[in-house]
Design a binder for this molecule. Structure first.
Ligand code: FAD
Length: 452
């Protein structure tokens, strides 16, 4: 049977764009891609990129205070959100154009429309047109999940923060995951009074416990009213914003309420189940190690598969799919040892096993230190950095590295190379320190603080 395309990609985010570009540009496939919103997807338009730019913007208040301590005659006026936002919008327009021109250069046909799956080889566009393809790739990502009652009260999600016409004076952030914590720190840095409620015992569930405690302590010290073990009991609209009653009985009015209570895969109404594609409990597309679904011609990559929901992982999966299916070069993505950073203040970089998971797997030695980084200590700031290595007692291999410090994301990227190569504690010890930098602590950790 002759198909219109070799590959039809649904979703122009990190995973879909990479798959389309590699399949068409490197392997010569005839490729089309449908995007219902803006090209670039979550990461570029309403995730990693605008968020990181907001992290930068929010860091200058402390930076200016530090500058004064270093002798500069510097003072901050107010933070001009509309001025920042118009530059941010322009940057996102620029990046979207880069994504579009990359697809055009690779010869990918783009449809600016929602697409749904009709059957194993057919996609229907919202324009009414049907298109056939030998392979279909589902790369539709995910979206914020908001409980029904909160949604009825008109609360915001992370998507809305980038589009706020003005910054509120106060905000309530609900949730304890990395997105909730990052926005709490960003808005706090921009001068907004931040309260954060999280129903669990500690923020950043799933990460190393000692690092979670360290981040939480610094967030509180920075002035964020972080209340764990506490949720929203009710939320209602008032003239000044939203009146919220918390489960601890406290009641307050906030300019805005932001729910960052998790994300769900975008599979609703896609026609996947009718086509024979299996979905999991959260609505995620179930795939095998090749990202292939229960229908052999349909694959899925990225957040819609709910494996590890990070941009570099979606990109890897999209690339591996294109190489496997169109490049005759079978590639599986290794989902172990994925490094990541949480852009709180201070930043948190992590790779490998938490101390808790490592202990459950076998005997470990834990090497950790906290110290005042030179730069902030000089400025009289109380911040402390945490550097931690979790080491297998028998093989001496470093199983996990957890860093809470300024620029921890930059540091963990490099530590991940060594740990991925199987570095032992003695390999770290053999490495000569760079002085004076924070990361030298990683190669000068002499004695375990705990072993079990
Ligand atoms: P997406 O990027 O979500 O792209 C999916 C695309 O499909 C979207 O453009 C959507 O409009 C489109 N689409 C959906 N349905 C259809 C349809 N039926 N027809 C046509 N188009 C459709 N990751 C990191 O690695 N580092 C970070 O610092 C980081 N920060 C983040 C901050 C925030 C606030 C958020 C929300 C996420 C962040 N992430 C981060 C996660 C990262 O953005 C995602 O893992 C990544 O974007 C997933 O890529 P994807 O291709 O799977 O999906």
């Amino acid at each position: 049977m002759a198909f219109d395309y070799d590959l039809f990609v649904i979703g122009g985010g990190s995973g879909g764009v990479r798959a389309a570009r590699i399949a068409a540009g490197e392997h010569g496939a005839k490729v089309a891609l449908a995007e219902q919103d803006r090209m670039g997807g979550t990461c570029v338009i309403r995730g990693c990129v605008p968020k990181k730019l907001m992290v930068f913007a929010s860091s200058f208040r402390d930076g200016l205070a530090e500058a004064r301590a270093y002798g500069w005659d510097a003072s901050a006026g107010g933070f001009d959100w509309p001025a920042f936002r118009s530059r941010l919008d322009a940057e996102l327009d620029r990046l979207e154009a880069v994504y579009r021109s990359g697809l055009a250069a690779a010869g990918v046909t783009v449809f600016d429309a929602r697409a749904t799956v009709e059957d194993a080889h057919c996609v229907r566009l919202a324009t009414g047109r049907s298109v056939t393809a030998r392979h279909i790739l589902i790369a539709t990502g995910g979206r914020p999940f908001v409980p029904e009652a909160a949604a009825r009260a008109g609360v915001l999600t992370s998507n809305d923060i980038f589009r706020l016409p003005a910054l509120p004076r106060s905000v309530l952030i609900v949730g304890g995951g990395f997105i909730a914590c990052e926005f709490a720190c960003i808005l706090n840095g921009m001068g907004v009074k931040v309260t954060q409620l999280y129903r669990g015992g500690q923020i950043l569930r799933g990460f190393d416990n000692e690092a979670r405690d360290h981040v939480a302590e610094h967030m509180r010290a920075a002035g964020i009213d972080l209340r764990t073990g506490c949720d929203v009991a009710s939320v209602g609209t008032v003239e000044a914003g939203a009146r919220v009653v918390a489960t601890d009985g406290q009641e307050a009015v906030f300019g805005k309420v932001v729910y960052a209570t998790g994300r769900v895969p975008n599979t609703e109404g896609l026609g996947l189940e009718a086509a024979g594609v299996k979905l999991g409990q959260r609505g995620e597309v179930v795939v095998d190690e090749w990202s292939q679904t229960a229908v052999p011609s349909i694959y899925a990559v990225g957040d819609v598969t709910d494996r590890i929901n990070l941009t570099p992982v979606a990109i890897r999966e999209g690339h591996a799919f294109a190489d496997t299916v169109f490049g005759a070069r079978p590639v599986k993505v290794d989902h172990g040892l994925v490094p990541t950073a949480v852009f709180t203040r201070p930043e948190f970089g992590t790779v490998g096993l938490t101390e808790e998971d490592a202990r459950a797997a076998g005997p470990v030695e834990v090497y950790a230190t906290t110290f005042r980084p030179m730069r902030s200590a000089f400025a009289g700031r109380p911040d402390r950095a945490l550097m931690k290595l979790v080491v297998a007692a028998d093989t001496r291999r470093v199983l996990g590295c957890h860093i809470v410090a300024p620029e921890a994301g930059e540091m963990i990227q490099l530590a991940a190379v060594a740990i991925g190569m199987g570095a032992t504690k003695e390999d770290f010890d053999r490495t000569v320190a760079v002085h004076p930098v924070m990361a030298e602590e990683l190669v000068t950790l002499r004695k375990p603080v705990r072993s079990a």
